[in-house]
Design a binder for this molecule. Structure first.
Ligand SMILES: [Fe+2]
Ligand SMILES: [Fe+2]
Length: 388
């Protein structure tokens, strides 16, 4: 493809001479000559030129101003500009270089000089274009790989969360909804994007400790005895223990497989696992210190756990479980509002209520698949809809 070159000079005789000079290159270069710098600027915006050669002193717009505009406009920023100046114009030359001129040529222009300089400038632009294209390809590859990693991470986290809930929520998307709802509430609270993203990933694992609770307790119809209740409460510590990082195992693994790939700081914490463990431990704490397992009060409860507490309870109340029926939204909201300042952080509750339209759309988008009711569900206990 021919290279497109634009010449700008208000002196028609100079343009004619340039055109004659470049006639020999007509198979390689397509030359456009224009006497008006403003018209030249409009052409540069419309046509992707490979190089511009501009005189400095022109009426209406100087060559330096044209150069500055080309450099300042993202679409034209990479077009090389050769500036034509008088032999003695040292200050002008310095200004042109400071503004990003690709090269300088003194008038009157020697034909061989012009062809040689243009060839260099065009070659350099080819390299730069190739490099830019290669960078774009690499960046797209990195973006695609990052996307794939996020998808794989989400798949594993959601499946792990669902595995934990499988016995009392075999077909539900509860853990996905809790992740999405927590994300929306955190955004409404103005939390920083890293916190929001980590919370979104960590929240689905809030009940992973249920893996360690026996069926006789987890699936029991009717109220739990005090002893059974104590067993049920243990799912918080079990979850935190599963999620808390095991630095010793990680170090041992890398020493065994590939010491050069070991983390620089073996004690460095994974923020996702840290937050997931914190949520697993504290999602049943209550604002008024009446929760479990530690009876933390108010802001002693980590913010991520305060957010998941409300997402979890709202979604559990609206969903059917072996031991309870699903409540409609009005009743669920009544339960949530009753918990203001006792069960829930009032600020988080306000953000939850402000986010209701989006939370409703999450419930629709990730609705549970329907399945026949089991006998255990037919005797659902509605007395304690949020107990677990
Ligand atoms: Fe729980
Ligand atoms: Fe839950």
């Amino acid at each position: 493809m021919k290279k497109r070159i634009l010449f700008v000079d208000d002196d028609q005789r100079v343009l004619d001479a340039l055109r004659r000079t470049l006639h020999s290159q007509r198979d390689l270069w397509e030359v456009t000559c224009v006497a008006c710098p403003k018209a030249a600027w409009e052409m540069v915006l419309e046509t992707p030129f490979d190089a511009v050669v501009a005189d400095v002193q022109m009426p209406g717009m100087s060559g330096l101003e044209l150069l500055a505009r080309i450099r300042a406009t993202p679409r034209t920023r990479d077009v090389p500009v050769i500036v034509l100046t008088g032999l003695a114009a040292r200050e002008l030359k310095r200004q042109a270089l400071n503004l990003g001129a690709a090269d300088l040529l003194s008038k009157p222009v020697e034909p061989e000089d012009l062809v040689a300089r243009l060839r260099n400038v065009l070659r350099l632009k080819d390299y730069e274009d190739a490099l830019r294209t290669q960078n774009e390809v690499l960046e797209e590859r990195v973006r695609a790989r990052t996307r794939d990693l996020l998808h794989a991470r989400l798949d594993i986290i959601w499946r792990l969360g669902k595995a934990a809930e499988h016995r009392d929520d075999a077909t539900g998307n509860h853990v996905i909804r809790v992740g999405c709802t927590s994300r929306v509430i955190a955004e409404m609270l103005g939390k920083d994007p890293d916190f929001v993203e980590t919370l979104f990933l960590a929240a689905p694992l809030h009940d992973i400790g249920k893996i360690g609770i026996p069926d006789a307790v987890l699936l029991k119809r009717g109220p739990l005895s005090p002893g059974e209740w104590e067993v049920m409460k243990r799912h918080c510590q079990i979850g935190a223990r599963i999620l808390r990082e095991d630095g010793i195992a990680k170090t041992a693994f890398w020493e065994w497989r590939d010491p050069s790939a070991a983390p620089d700081d073996p004690d460095q914490k994974n923020p996702f696992l840290e937050m997931a463990a914190s949520i697993a431990m504290a999602h049943h704490e209550r604002w008024d210190a009446s929760g479990y397992p530690r009876g933390l009060a108010g802001e002693e409860i980590p913010p991520e756990a305060r957010i998941v507490a409300i997402s979890d309870v709202f979604d559990a109340v609206c969903s059917r479980r072996p031991y309870k029926e699903a409540y409609d939204e009005d009743r669920a909201l009544e339960i949530i509002r009753d918990g203001e300042g006792t069960h829930f952080d009032p600020d988080v509750l306000a953000a939850f209520l402000d986010s209701l339209p989006e939370i409703r759309s999450i419930r629709e988008r990730f609705a549970d698949t329907t399945r026949p009711r089991t006998s255990i569900e037919e005797t659902a206990d509605e007395a304690d809809p949020v107990r677990r």
